[in-house]
Design a protein around this ligand. Structure first.
Ligand code: SDX
Length: 425
C-alpha cells in the first residue's frame, strides 16, 4: 500500500478503508478511488464531477484560485502575447514550442491539408438557409470521418499526427464553408499564400475575383483569440471528446461530439449569448434590472460570461481579452455602447455580495464576443471561432488518452432512485 493514503470510515459498521493519495506536479492531491466500489460496495456521487479527476494529463494546468492557466508549462499570457496560434497548436500537439523551421513546416503541412473533398459540398447543400453553423460544423466533421475511415485504428504515431494535422487544417475551411452556405454565399477556397488565421478571415469575408482587405490588427486579434481558446483541461467538451475516444470511435466522431457539447450556452455558446444579452440590456440604465434578475433564484436569467466551474478569481484569458479590447477599441471600432454596458455590469457585479460570495467573475466569453463583433464576425459564428481555437487542444487530449497504456472505456455508475422491481408475477 503506498505510504500516503486517505482513510474512509463507514460509521454504520465502523469499517475503515484506505485509498492511495496520488501527488501531482502542482495542484491538489488526488485520491485514487478506482477500487472504491470493489472495496466498499458503494459508489461515490459527484454531481457535475466538481471534485472528480477523470484522467492523468500533462497538457494544461489551471489554478482556479490564482486565476492561472498554462499549456504544457507555458503561461497563457506569454503564449497569447509572444507567440502565434500556430506556435501554440504545435506546442499542444508536439509537446514543445516549434523552432522556426518546425513552424514553417507545420504551417505548410496545414496549408496542404486545408482543402476538403469536393463531395463534402453535397452535405452543405442539404442544410436549410440560415442553419446554425455549429449544427453544420458538427455534422460536417462527423462526415469527414467517411473520407478517412482507415483512421479508426490508428496504429502509428505518424498516422496519428497526420490525422491531427488534417482536422486542425480542415476545421477553418469547413467553418467558413458552413457560414457561406448558410447565407447563400459562394464558398471561398483556401488561399495557400495566406497564414492560418488570415486565411480563415479571407474564406469568411472574401468574394470570387475580389481582393478583400484584411488589416494586420484584425488578424492578430483573432489569432490571439484562437490561442486563448486552444485548450482548457477537462472542460465539458474535452470530456465529451475523451468519452467518445475511450470507445475507440473514429477521432473525428470524437471531435464532432466535442463540437456538440461546446455549443451549449453554459459552455462555448456563452460568447454568442453575451452579445445577445448586451443587445437585450441595451443601455446602462437597464443594467441594475438585469443584475437583479440574475440574482433571483426563481428567474432562469443568468449573467452570461460570468462564473466558472474552476476559476474562483478572474479568468486569466478574460483579463488578456479585456486589455486587447481596450487597446483595439479605436482601431477595431468596438461597439462603445456594448462596452459601456459590459463595463457597468462588471463594475456592479464585482461589488455585489451575490457574485462576490459565489466567486463569480467575468470569464473568457464575457469579452471575446465584443472583439469578434468588432471583427465583423456574425454572432452565430462565435462558437465556431471557439471550435477553431479548441481543436488542437481536443486532439492533443485525444492523443494523450490513446497513449495511456491503461486507457479504460468511460462508464460511470449512478444513484438509482427509480421504482423497485414491480414486474407482474
Ligand atoms: C466556458 O469548464 C471550462 O473550462 C469551460 C471554458 C473552456 O475554456 O472550456 O472555460 C469555457 O464554458 C466558460 C463558461 C461560459 N459560460 C457562461 O458564461 C454561462 C454563465 N455561467 C454559468 O452558467 C456558470 O457559472 C457555469 C456553467 C459557467 C459554471 O457553473 P457551475 O460551476 O456548475 O456553478 P453553479 O451553476 O453551481 O453556480 C454556483 C452558484 C449558483 O447559485 P446558488 O445555487 O449557490 O445560489 O452561482 C450561481 C448559481 O445560480 N451562478 C450564477 C451564474 N453562474 C453561477 N448566477 C448568475 N449568473 C451566472 N452566470
Amino acid at each position: 500500500m503506498p505510504n500516503k493514503t486517505l482513510t474512509v470510515t463507514d460509521n454504520r459498521t465502523g469499517k475503515s478503508f484506505d485509498f492511495p493519495i496520488l501527488e501531482p506536479t502542482i495542484g491538489p492531491d488526488v485520491v485514487d478511488i478506482s477500487e472504491f466500489y470493489k472495496n466498499t460496495g458503494m459508489f461515490t456521487f459527484d454531481r457535475g464531477f466538481t471534485s472528480t479527476a477523470s484522467c492523468r494529463s500533462r497538457i494544461t494546468y489551471i489554478d482556479g484560485g490564482e486565476g492561472k492557466l498554462m499549456y504544457r508549462g507555458y503561461d497563457i499570457s506569454y503564449l497569447a502575447t509572444q507567440k502565434s496560434f500556430l506556435d501554440t497548436a504545435y506546442l499542444l500537439l508536439h509537446k514543445e514550442l516549434p523552432t522556426k523551421e518546425q513552424l514553417d513546416s507545420f504551417s505548410l503541412e496545414l496549408k496542404k491539408r486545408s482543402f476538403v473533398h469536393e463531395s463534402m459540398k453535397k452535405l452543405f447543400d442539404a442544410f436549410p438557409d440560415n442553419a446554425h453553423p455549429m449544427a453544420i460544423l458538427s455534422s460536417a466533421v462527423a462526415a469527414l470521418s467517411t473520407f478517412y475511415f482507415d483512421h479508426l485504428d490508428l496504429d502509428s504515431p505518424e498516422e496519428v499526427m497526420e490525422m491531427a494535422h488534417r482536422i486542425v487544417a480542415k476545421i477553418p475551411t469547413i467553418a467558413a464553408f458552413s457560414y457561406r452556405y448558410s447565407n447563400g454565399l459562394p464558398v471561398i477556397y483556401p488561399d495557400l499564400s495566406k497564414g492560418f488565421t488570415e486565411n480563415f478571415l479571407y474564406m469568411l469575408r472574401g468574394y470570387p475575383h475580389h481582393h478583400v482587405e484584411l488589416s494586420p490588427i484584425e488578424v492578430q486579434a483573432l489569432d490571439t483569440i484562437f490561442t486563448l481558446h486552444a485548450d482548457h483541461e477537462q472542460n465539458a467538451s474535452t470530456t465529451a471528446v475523451r468519452v467518445v475516444a475511450s470507445t475507440h470511435a473514429h477521432p473525428y466522431a470524437a471531435i464532432s461530439a466535442g463540437i456538440g457539447a461546446l455549443w451549449g450556452r453554459a459552455h462555448g455558446g456563452a460568447n454568442e449569448s453575451v452579445i445577445r444579452q448586451l443587445e437585450l440590456i441595451d443601455n446602462v440604465d437597464n443594467v441594475e434590472k438585469y443584475i437583479a434578475k440574475a440574482k433571483d433564484p426563481n428567474d432562469p436569467f443568468r449573467l452570461m460570461g460570468f462564473g466558472h466551474r474552476v476559476y474562483k478569481n478572474f479568468d486569466p484569458r478574460a483579463t488578456i481579452l479585456k486589455k486587447l479590447r481596450d487597446r483595439l477599441s479605436d482601431e477595431l471600432n468596438i461597439n462603445s455602447q456594448y462596452v459601456e454596458v459590459a463595463n457597468k455590469i462588471e463594475q456592479i457585479a464585482l461589488n455585489d455580495e451575490y457574485f462576490v460570495s459565489r466567486n463569480l467573475y467575468p470569464n473568457i466569453d464575457f469579452y471575446s464576443g465584443l472583439i469578434l463583433d468588432a471583427l465583423k464576425i456574425p454572432k452565430e459564428m462565435f462558437a465556431v471561432i471557439f471550435v477553431i481555437g479548441r481543436t488542437p487542444g481536443w486532439i492533443a487530449q485525444w492523443i494523450e488518452l490513446k497513449e495511456q497504456p491503461d486507457m479504460k472505456i468511460a462508464r460511470p455508475r449512478q444513484l438509482y432512485l427509480g421504482p423497485n422491481d414491480r414486474t407482474p408475477q
